[in-house]
Design a binder for this molecule. Structure first.
Ligand code: FAD
Length: 490
């Protein structure tokens, strides 16, 4: 992608908005911001600004609006769908320096933070008082609340506690024209009257403006937590156990599944002594002690009924933490098994798990590409990882095509192309597979109501033929999925 040098007058305006140390234009330094966790797509931004206050964000956005310059908000850059990928000639607005906890209100169980505060920092701040922040993406030690809001981030414990949208009571937003507004309640009022603007904003992937403050709900720590590992010979048995647990009327805090490849990678990384098996379930129950004790017995019975050959209850907090550390490190640990991989994020009805896992196995055999699975089984939120070697000609394209085929399979069984990682740049091509044209047009009308100039994180979420591919030196290079005829022509 061409690197566009920004006009000197605009640079001077940006410098006066954020100060000398808040503006990055050095070619090598701005390259740090050319991609997020999805490294297959890269564009060098024209400039990066690092504001410290809402007023500075507002000043930058006003400059962008005045000169029709596209901009993209960036938290920690851990996104996995290319959400923070810059558009050509755009300004990256990095929120990492807006990282203060502004107030803690334990009596009303809420906390107000700036967008650059990391997910873990929220819990750290209220832990001693017996509270926690429930959404827990595996990237939580690094990813920011701003990024979580934009992606409506999930995590293992969202099965019971709900996704980010359940935990944001209000947020301050700099709109794409530079105006500042509160969506929801600045004072943490639950379900205020009027349109549910937080519901519109949360999960909008930075296309409707920039969150500069958020009021979050915090939750009381449960009396007790029990974590069970159950090993199965087949994914079908493990998947049946997941359905049986929910059908029995229980709602565990988390039900996660790992396959042999994921266990191998995670075990090598953290040495959690995972049983080596085809499918490992990690079931966590929390709540009042008597209830958890009774339910864990029931869960164990269901695991046995479905042929679990080993069951192990974590005996100490240290053991429990290690089990989770391995699960949460599984994506990163995959680098031990392959030089490259694509993490996908599809959702399916829980009951379709055995069929979809079997079909993915067939797809893997047909393409000769390994697929590792580690996912939120209770939510039916799959994270297949397609392993490949980019140094083998054509293998990256085949991996991308396989990963899109998996998403289409998810839609075919009544699911979705994303559960928590967002559409971003990566999945625009399959949006039309999931939504009809009038539905997409309605979403676009919402987008344009907020951002008529199309400046806030353009070229994301919505499909367009050109954007499925890339322009290199002016020539259009179709996206591999488009070239293979599997992306819709819009
Ligand atoms: C190892 C690993 C594990 C992961 N596990 C999970 C998981 O379990 N669950 C999950 O949901 N995700 C997971 N993710 C994905 C990612 O961490 C989340 O999407 C996270 O919410 C991104 O936060 P971020 O601060 O890194 O945002 P970025 O990647 O910087 O940005 C993500 C999107 O948010 C927008 N954005 C950022 N800040 C703002 C703001 N203040 N206002 C408006 N828009 C903004 C950006 O423009 C972009 O579109 C994982 C990622 C990795 C690398």
């Amino acid at each position: 992608m061409a690197y566009i040098v920004m006009d000197a007058t605009i640079l001077a305006q940006l410098k006066s908005a954020v100060g000398e140390h808040g503006l990055v234009v050095d070619r090598n330094q701005v390259q740090t911001y050319e991609c997020d966790g999805l490294t297959n797509f890269r564009t060098t931004p024209a400039a990066v600004v690092l504001p410290r206050t809402t007023a500075e964000v507002q000043a930058v956005v006003r400059i962008c609006a005045e000169h029709a310059i596209p901009f993209v908000a960036r938290g920690a850059g851990t996104g996995l769908s290319g959400g923070a990928l810059p558009a050509e000639g755009c300004i990256v607005i990095g929120l990492a320096r807006m990282n203060c906890v502004l107030s803690v209100d334990l009596e009303n169980a809420r906390i107000t933070v700036e967008p650059g505060v990391t997910n873990t920092q929220v819990t750290e701040r209220v832990k001693a008082a017996g509270y926690f922040y429930a959404p827990d993406p595996s990237s939580q030690t690094v990813c920011t609340i701003g990024g979580n809001i934009a992606e409506n981030a999930g995590g293992a414990h969202c099965l019971k506690y709900g996704f980010t949208v359940t935990h944001v009571l209000g947020c301050e937003v700099v709109l794409p024209n530079g105006e500042v507004r509160w969506f929801g309640s600045e004072h943490g009022v639950v379900d205020p009257p009027g349109y549910d603007l937080p519901g519109v904003f949360i999960g909008s992937e930075g296309t409707l403006g920039i969150a500069t403050k958020a009021v979050l709900r915090i939750v009381r720590r449960p009396e007790t937590v029990q974590t069970l590992l159950a090993a199965f010979h087949t994914a079908t048995d493990a998947a049946q156990t997941v359905s049986d647990i929910i059908a029995a009327g229980m709602l565990p805090a988390a039900i996660e599944m790992m396959d042999r490849l994921s266990i191998t990678a995670a075990e090598a990384a953290v040495h959690a002594r995972y049983p080596m098996c085809e499918a490992l379930l990690l079931v966590e129950l929390d709540g009042p002690r008597a209830e958890v004790d009774a339910q864990i017995r029931e869960v164990r019975e269901l695991c046995s009924m479905n042929n679990a050959w080993e069951q192990r209850l974590a005996q100490t907090e240290a053991e429990r933490s290690l089990v989770w550390k391995g699960r949460k490190a599984a994506f990163a640990a995959m680098g031990r098994l392959a030089s490259h991989y694509i993490v996908q994020d599809g959702v399916i009805p829980r009951t379709a798990l055995p069929m979809v896992l079997a079909k993915m196995q067939t797809m893997s055999e047909e393409t000769g590409l390994r697929i590792a699975n580690v996912f939120h089984a209770g939510d039916g939120n799959l994270h297949p990882m397609v392993l490949y070697d980019a140094s083998v000609p054509g293998e990256e394209d085949r991996a991308l095509i396989l990963s899109y085929d998996i998403l289409r399979l998810c839609v075919d069984v009544g699911g979705s192309i994303t559960g928590e990682h967002g559409v971003g740049r990566e999945k625009q091509c399959v949006m039309s597979y999931m939504f009809h044209e009038p539905d997409l047009a309605t979403m676009l009308r919402v987008r344009h109501a907020f951002d008529p100039q199309n400046l806030s994180n353009p070229e994301k979420v919505f499909p367009t033929p050109r954007l499925c591919g890339e322009r290199r030196h002016g020539a259009y290079v179709p996206h591999p999925a488009e070239a293979a005829g599997i992306a819709e022509v819009f």
